[in-house]
Design a protein around this ligand. Structure first.
Ligand SMILES: [Zn+2]
Length: 330
């Protein structure tokens, strides 16, 4: 997420090990084994989430700075997952090369075609940015901003959704899974892709983005919030499918205008369709925003798995609804 540092009494965590030796020959690990599984309440689990998170936010990937060797490994890892899950490349390959960033940078974009002969012509983009800020100023011997919460968490969440729909294929509308690059450079990956899809006249219904889902909210009567809460009825539609108060309103998100600070916004701008970010970071439950302490070992993998399992019925409901029930507010 892009916003100015919110001053907090940040405690310094010095949990990161020293920089690993540069091993360009390192092999990108293959995905955890894939089994189709139609039950959603135990689809994801903490072990699986941990395996993905521990790679994406490892020191080996050096903070996934756009255009770097580290993010290249992340891109290959995501592609390997898509392939293993039966998610097809949306373009000629999974890679969508950014035209608005000087170094070579790629969104990774896959698709699971809808099963309904009519509804499959309506598209839903499910996204998260997979880049982070790379190497930063040294703190207690660590200079790698691992970006576990920001945004290996959202990336892992979207990979789990891709696994669910790629293996089960229960979606009537077509789902595009988009992992964006260069978010940290000014939302560039999402801007590039939204423009390109708009130019191809994509029939986009809605864009659902995931950011900073690595630690739970505390003391709230809802499980996560969406940015731009009052701009559409997405929260009430989601809660109806979730059969609980899954999505709430976070006043701070409105105060800091988070709606415009993540990858959903480009889709709002290009398509004027409901475009929101789902998040569980509320400025009080995590002190390591854009710091070297944003490490996988302080993430709550069980929370992340619960988020995936609770959100699958919401995505499935939205993908399969007879009509486009998410509507912009007047
Ligand atoms: Zn960020």
């Amino acid at each position: 997420m892009k916003f100015f540092l919110y001053a907090l009494g940040a405690m310094l965590f010095a949990t990161c090990s020293s920089t690993q030796t540069n091993s360009t020959a390192a092999v990108v690990p293959s995905p955890p084994s894939v089994k189709a599984n139609v039950s959603t309440d135990d689809f994801s689990n903490a072990d699986r989430i941990g395996e993905i998170m521990n790679y994406l936010a490892s020191d080996e990937l050096k903070g996934r700075d756009s255009g770097s060797e580290g993010i290249e490994k992340a891109a290959q890892y995501i592609e390997n997952h898509f392939t293993a899950y039966g998610v097809k490349p949306y373009f000629e390959s999974y890679r969508d090369t950014l035209s608005n960033f000087k170094k070579p940078a790629y969104n990774v974009v896959g698709v699971v075609e809808g099963s309904d002969p009519k509804l499959k012509d309506e598209f839903i983009v499910i996204g998260a940015h997979y880049d982070h800020i790379g190497i930063v100023e040294m703190e207690n011997g660590d200079a790698i901003a691992n970006g576990a919460n920001d945004n290996a968490s959202g990336t892992t969440t979207v990979l789990e959704f891709a696994r669910y729909f790629g293996t089960n294929k229960t979606n009537k509308r077509t789902l595009i899974f988009a992992l964006f690059s260069a978010e940290e450079k000014g939302l560039l990956g999402a801007k590039h892709l939204a423009k390109k899809l708009k130019e191809s006249n994509l029939n986009l219904y809605t864009m659902l983005n995931f950011e900073m889902t690595g630690v739970p909210l505390k003391g709230k009567d809802y499980f996560m919030y969406i940015t731009g809460y009052d701009m559409s009825n997405l929260a009430s539609v989601s809660n109806a499918y979730a059969k609980e108060n899954l999505i709430g309103f976070l006043p701070t998100a409105k105060e800091f205008n988070l709606y415009q600070r993540s990858d959903n916004y480009a889709f709002h701008e290009e398509f004027e369709v409901p475009s929101h970010t789902f998040c569980t970071f509320d400025f009080t439950n995590f002190d390591h925003y854009h710091k070297v302490g944003d490490e996988p070992d302080i993430m709550d993998f069980a929370h992340m798995a619960t988020l995936v399992n609770k959100t699958i019925p919401v995505l499935e409901g939205i993908a399969n609804g007879a009509t486009q029930e998410i509507k912009l507010s007047n």
